[in-house]
Design a protein around this ligand. Sequence first.
Ligand SMILES: NC(=O)c1ccc[n+]([C@@H]2O[C@H](COP(=O)([O-])OP(=O)(O)OC[C@H]3O[C@@H](n4cnc5c(N)ncnc54)[C@H](O)[C@@H]3O)[C@@H](O)[C@H]2O)c1
Length: 227
Amino acid sequence: MKTALVTGAGRGIGLATAQAFVSAGWRVLALDRAFGGPVVGERVDFDLRSLERIPALLAGLGEIDTLVNNAGVLYCEPYDAIRDEHRREILAVNVEAPAALIQGLAPQMRARRSGRVVNVGSVAAFTGHPDLWYGASKAALLNITKSYAAHLGPHGVLVNAVAPGPTRTAMYEQLPQSRKDAVMRSVYSGRPCEPEEVAQVVLWLGSSSPAYLSGAVVDVNNGSYPR
Ligand SMILES: NC(=O)c1ccc[n+]([C@@H]2O[C@H](COP(=O)([O-])OP(=O)(O)OC[C@H]3O[C@@H](n4cnc5c(N)ncnc54)[C@H](O)[C@@H]3O)[C@@H](O)[C@H]2O)c1
């Protein structure tokens, strides 16, 4: 049985991803800092802001075939009133922790000449974003995707990303109605994505997509480019 480590698996897209992998017959290590409801997979309590503890965390988790870097944070703040601690948290959780997890798992994946990483970016990476550091963090994560794809590709490890548009989760629900309305005007289908729809793409990239696909970003956005 293969093992997937899914971060931010307590709710939203991460929970749906954990469920998708379990349904496909995988063992799932479900990592989050706060589990509010039922846990799908084996619960791993960890706060990804503790970057220095990531190597010890991984040492205790053993063999991991697929890493899903899903955990992320967004703070709805005007560009000229962003709190320093929020900027630091966004960069730590959305950029530094995913990179540290890939870095920490690279040796075992290289040694097995097999492994997959799926990073959860955002359409925000392509457009600029009302939440300045959120958009910047997602652009950085997509760049990191391509960098690690190049470093690890010769060793049989695939690194890809998804870039979802508005998806019906707590993160999306916190946005002001005016922003949701603006995004919905550009979505072809006139509705937010369901977390399970993103999860199906993550599962594909994390398990069975062709080995030639690496360093790629799959847009799951239905035309939703916020302005
Ligand atoms: N919902 C959307 O519209 C949307 C769109 C594009 C991209 N995304 C991305 O999808 C991913 C999942 O988002 P979601 O919508 O499910 O959000 P969510 O807020 O519903 O879930 C995020 C999960 O990450 C966990 N998390 C946050 N900080 C953490 C930390 N320091 N340590 C461990 N876990 C932590 C939270 O506890 C939560 O369970 C994020 O990376 C987000 O940026 C979401």
